[in-house]
Design a protein around this ligand. Structure first.
Ligand code: ACO
Length: 324
């Protein structure tokens, strides 16, 4: 079986930065509450002309440039998103494929909420084993379009962004991409969902799409258990000692979740990358955005062992283990 590795990474953040103080002008909240309960200080929000597709295109172009891969060489575009630009069809991935000029690629959307990117990476890895051409895996979310800006329980948590990686086969000996674990607990689907939907009811009336509904406490409790479970499962499956993992890149939802998970695992918190203070929860964009920022900051060295772990609506969870 061919080896697979990430050869390029890129991201896009909208220009507009919104502080907690700005939110507290229209919402019964405060910078003190948001920082102490979540760790979030600011988030980037998309401008009116910016879409999930346009952000994904920007991130994908950067990832391809980083990898030195031409658009026409891409075999598949996997777009993880819960905020597509079109209701049901066509897939936003098709806009992205066209927008980047990946004229020979297939394309599809993947709905995996905050775990979408780790699912996408594993699916692309499988496709790559068969096809051999570079795969683009993108997480892009315009969460600002689906949150209820009057609901302080949810709207303060999210931001808009896109992140992308190029995955290619390689000749290097040893495992570059060890594998993934993917889980689903549909019994918790009601805890975190988008209410309503864009369809016609039996009388033929258009039903308005709703906004994000989340029961924070049970989702919090799920997340603090999901991270240690995924990390332990992945490490044991591939006979890796936890202390040999250089970076754990967890979904950026709440610093208290990451802190609690680190304690449960008895892994120093410093091994977990944190950027949620500046970008908030960007759902499926969270992990590729973090990888790009880590790469930009020079934190990722050739051969570093990286474990990604994500959790979110579904309730889905999963992770990937690979060498940089
Ligand atoms: N500002 C001020 N007060 C607030 C705010 C706010 N923004 N939000 C809630 N409160 C209030 C509540 O109304 C409550 O008041 P009450 O006691 O008078 O009823 C009080 O603060 C405490 O609320 P809790 O819900 O107990 O706060 P908690 O400490 O649980 O933090 C939070 C809430 C941050 C949402 C936390 O539960 C959390 O992070 N949950 C997990 C979210 C998550 O990780 N989602 C990931 C997946 S996202 C995806 O897949 C799309």
């Amino acid at each position: 079986m061919k080896q697979v590795r990430i050869t390029g990474v890129g991201s896009y953040l909208p220009e507009r930065i919104v502080t907690n103080d700005e939110l507290s002008r229209t919402l019964d909240t405060s910078d003190e509450w948001i920082v102490s309960h979540t760790g979030i200080s600011t988030r980037h929000l998309a401008a009116p002309g910016e879409s999930t597709g346009s952000m994904a295109i920007a991130a994908a172009k950067r990832a391809m440039a980083d990898a030195g891969v031409k658009p026409e060489d891409i075999g598949i575009v996997v777009l993880a998103t819960s905020t597509p630009d079109h209701a049901d069809m066509p897939a936003t991935a098709c806009d992205v494929q066209h927008g980047i000029g990946a004229v020979n690629a297939g394309a599809f959307d993947l709905i995996g909420a905050c775990a979408g990117f780790v699912y996408g990476l594993e699916i692309a890895r499988g496709l790559l084993q068969g096809d051999g051409r570079p795969a683009l895996v993108i997480g892009s979310e315009r969460m600002s379009g689906i949150v209820d800006w009057t609901d302080r329980n949810t709207c303060i948590l999210f931001g808009d962004a896109a992140g992308a990686v190029v995955l290619e086969t390689c000749d290097a000996k040893g495992h570059q991409f060890y594998g993934s674990v993917l889980h689903s607990d549909g019994g918790g689907a009601d805890l975190l969902c988008r209410t309503g939907g864009a369809w016609r009811d039996p009388e033929g009336q258009m039903v308005r799409p709703g906004s994000v509904h989340m029961e924070g406490k049970p989702v919090f409790n799920f997340a603090v258990k999901a991270i240690p479970r995924i990390v332990t499962e992945l490490a044991e499956k591939h006979c890796i000692a936890l202390q040999d993992i250089n970076h754990i890149v967890a979904h950026q939802a709440n610093f208290r979740i990451i802190d609690a998970a680190a304690k449960r695992l008895e892994v120093p918190r410093e091994r977990f990358y944190l950027n949620l203070q500046n970008v908030a929860n960007t759902s499926s964009a969270s992990i590729p955005l973090a990888l790009d920022q880590m790469d930009e900051a020079g934190l990722l060295k050739e051969g570093d062992l990286i474990l990604t772990v994500a959790f979110g609506a579904g309730l889905l969870s999963g992770g990937n283990l690979f060498r940089w």
